[in-house]
Design a protein around this ligand. Sequence first.
Ligand SMILES: Nc1ncnc2c1ncn2[C@@H]1O[C@H](COP(=O)(O)OP(=O)(O)O)[C@@H](O)[C@H]1O
Ligand code: SF4
Ligand SMILES: [Mg+2]
Length: 453
Amino acid sequence: MSDALEIRDLHVRFHTRRGLYRALNGVNLRLARGEVLGIAGESGCGKTTMGLGVMSLLPRNASYPQGQVVFDNKDLVNLPREYSERVGDRFSPKQNERILRRVSKAMAPIRGRRISMVFQEPMTSLNPVLPIGFQVGESIYVHDPAQLARRVLARSKATPELTRELVSLLAATHGDETSVRKFAAEHDLAGIEEQALFVWSRGDIHISRKEKAIRALSGQPMNFVERWIIDTVVRARSIPWYLSRIPILSRIVRRVLMREGNRKARELLTSLGIHHAERVVRMFPHELSGGMRQRVVIAIALANNPEIVIMDEPTSAVDVTVQAQILELVKRIRTSVSASFIVISHDLAVLAEVCDRIAIMYAGRIVEVAPTDEILHKPLHPYTQMLISAIPTLEGKPVEGIQGDVPDMRAVPSGCAFHPRCPFAFEKCREVIPTDLPHGSDQLVACWLYEGK
Ligand SMILES: Nc1ncnc2c1ncn2[C@@H]1O[C@H](COP(=O)(O)OP(=O)(O)O)[C@@H](O)[C@H]1O
Ligand code: SF4
Ligand SMILES: [Mg+2]
C-alpha cells in the first residue's frame, strides 16, 4: 500500500526585508498509513514551516523553489513551486498572493477535510466570539455537509425494529465497529453507525440508558421540504449551488445541518473526554481552560474523519498535568480512528510517548529518522545524541545542554549545517551536504560518520 504522504526534497524560503530565510533545505519524509510520526528539533529548525507547507498555508512571502508534497498521487505544492521556479529571484509576495488564492481553491477538498491541522496556539485557531458547538459544527458544515445530511437521513429512515436489531448486534459483538458499519450499509442507514457506536462506547452511562439512547435514534421527524433537501445533499455529496443560492432553501439547509453539526460536536467533545459537553458547546473559548481548548481544536481537526492529522506542538500551551492528559488522548485517538498523524514538538520526551517513528530536524533538513526505540536507545546522528542527553530522567542523571546556537537561517552553514556545533566534524562535513544513509532496515541518518558503514 502506498504511503499516506510523501515529502520529496522540499525547499521553502521566506523573502523578508531582513534577508532570505532558507527555512526548509531539502526535506525528505514518508508518512506510512496509520502511523504516528514525530518531528523533533530545536525551535526555529523549520518544523512549523514544514507542517504549514504540507497544507499550503504558508504566508505570501514564502516560496517553494524545489520539491514535492505527494498526497493521493497528486503534488500539493505544484502551483506555488512552478511560480517560484519561473520567477526565481524576482519572486514577489504580491504576485504570490494570486497564486495562493488558486492554491486555496485547489486545496479546498483536501484542507480541513482529508488533511487537517492542530495549530501551535489553540486560541489563535478559535474564534473568540462564537460558541464552541457552532465552531465545531461549522467546520463540518463547510468541509463535509453531506456527512451531516447522512446522519439526519439515517435517523429519519431508521425504524424502531432496525434500532432494536442494532442494539442486539452491538450487545452480541461487544460494539464491533466493522459489524455495525456492515449493518448500516446493508440497511441503507449510512450515518447511523457512528451515532450508535458513540453511545455504545460511553463509559459514563448505564447499559440500559445506552440501549434507550440507541433506540431513540429511530424516526427523526422531518417535513417534506427538509426531507427533499437532505436527500439532495446526500446524493450530491455537497450542497448543490441551487440550494445555496435560493435564500429560503439555503436557510433551511443551514438550520438543519448546523443543528446536526452541534449534535456531532457534543459527541466529539464527549469522546475526547470533555464532561458535560452539552454545556460546553454553548460556551465561548475564553470560558474554557487551556486543556479544554486544546481538546476542542483536536475535535475540530478530527471532525471530518481526515486521513492525515498534523499536530503542531499539541502540548506546549498547557501545563504538565494537562500535557499528560493530552498525550493520553492522542494515544487513545490513534487506536480509535484510522488516520495517520504527524506530531510536531520541540520536546523529544513528548514524542517518545506517542510516536511510532521520530524524525529529527535540524536547519530545515531531516537529519535522522527511525522507530522511536532506536531514536531513544541507539541514536546515530550527533545532534540526536545531544537531544537525547538533554532529556531529564527520574534517576537524576546530569542533563547536558546542547552546545552552541541554532544557525541563522539567512546564512545556513555550508556542508553539514550542524558542523559548527558538532564535536566529530571533519573536513568533508564543512564542504558536502550529507546524503540520507540507510542504517539497518528502518533507520536513515544524514551524517558522514556513517558513510560506508
Ligand atoms: N513568515 C515568516 N517570515 C520570515 N521568516 C520566517 C517566517 N516564518 C518562519 N520563519 C523563519 O523560518 C525558520 C523556521 O521557523 P519555524 O518553522 O517556525 O520553526 P519551528 O517550528 O521549528 O520552531 C525560522 O528561522 C523563522 O524565523
Ligand atoms: S556530517 Fe559531520 S558535522 Fe555533520 S553531524 Fe556528521 S560528523 Fe557532525
Ligand atoms: Mg513551531
